[in-house]
Design a protein around this ligand. Structure first.
Ligand code: DHB
Length: 309
């Protein structure tokens, strides 16, 4: 049994897409909903549509991926309209990723969502590394604190935030203290891509993506241990909140690791990009088999039970 009860609902499994992957167009979102994914999250929306950065802006590598998409998306109204028509009765939660270019834009989108009274849950993205000239909000603690105050004043339902990876215990503690001020912040998704990596191609002696002279967000195998560290640390530091694991999941084994580290649910990014929505049935089957071998009948039986030495 891979079902997950959180946010006042029970969804049929624990796996869904990482925002950005397979979720920009309605047809992709519908394919996710029809797959073994247990929930659906939309591409990070800005208030108005964007074409994003020049191509090539995504590259597969032997260990994962690098991207600098630059928030190409259909604009908030498109995803809101999808949310109006979504089949919530399936039990698959719908999350709307919001990535406004300013605090006002994020609040405007949250206000519109609140007015609609839909069951869709916002995941506010504090960690897009790919808009030239826009630093990630999640690395500015004062700006993050101010943003969460504004979200609280604007939106009265439960919501989550997508965090960048942190690399220092002082940063985990400082961010947790800010997040813990907000009871309606129900979950944090850890992690976004490791920002501003650089992949080098030896044959061409060149970078592999065009924006930002080759700098981009890393996903896949590169990020698994960093993702697990962030999941485990925030699981410990945010009692009463849920942590969604994201980073390096390509089989049931990595999904198991995320849940052992404390994840309530697990998102799949790079692997979904490369394999398509069929990845969800494969990974869910592998996770179920691993649980059977270990004698675990539910995710609750091992969530957060990672042992230390
Ligand atoms: C994009 C990348 C991200 O990591 C993110 O959180 C939002 C948007 C992008 O480049 O489109």
């Amino acid at each position: 049994d891979l079902s997950v009860t959180w946010l006042g609902q029970t969804m049929p499994g624990c796996l869904y897409n990482a925002s950005g992957v397979w979720c920009r167009e309605e047809g992709e979102l519908e394919a996710l909903h029809a797959s073994a994914a247990a929930a659906v999250i939309t591409k990070s929306a800005t208030l108005t549509p964007r074409d994003g950065n020049p191509e090539p802006r995504y590259c597969r590598t032997p260990l994962g991926s690098i991207n600098s998409m630059g928030l190409p998306n259909r604009g908030f109204d498109y995803y809101l309209d999808y949310a109006r028509r979504y089949r919530y009765g399936s039990g698959k939660l719908l999350f709307l990723s919001l990535s406004g270019l300013s605090l006002d834009d994020n609040c405007a989108m949250l206000r519109r969502l609140a007015e609609e009274g839909l069951p869709a849950v916002p995941e506010v993205n504090l960690s897009c590394p790919n808009v030239p000239g826009k630093p990630q909000l999640g690395y500015d603690f004062a700006a993050t604190a101010e943003a969460l105050e504004a979200f609280d004043a604007t939106y009265s339902g439960l919501y989550g935030v997508k965090l960048p990876p942190y690399f220092d215990p002082a940063h985990f503690a400082a961010m947790a203290e800010i997040l813990n001020r907000h009871p309606r912040l129900a979950f944090v998704t850890c992690i976004n891509s490791i920002g501003n990596g650089l992949v080098v191609d030896i044959d061409s002696e060149a970078v592999v993506i065009k924006p930002k002279d080759g700098l981009g967000g890393l996903g896949g195998d590169y990020v698994l241990p960093t993702a697990l560290a962030n999941v485990r640390e925030f699981f410990r530091l945010l009692p009463g909140k849920d942590v969604v694991g994201c980073g390096g999941v390509k089989s049931g084994r990595e999904a198991f690791m995320h849940i052992l580290a404390g994840a309530r649910a697990v998102q799949v990014g790079t692997c979904l990009y490369h394999e398509g929505p069929g990845a969800f049935s494969r990974i869910a089957g592998e996770l179920a088999m691993l649980m059977r071998v270990k004698g675990y009948r539910s995710l609750d039986a091992f969530r957060g039970r990672l042992r230390t030495l």
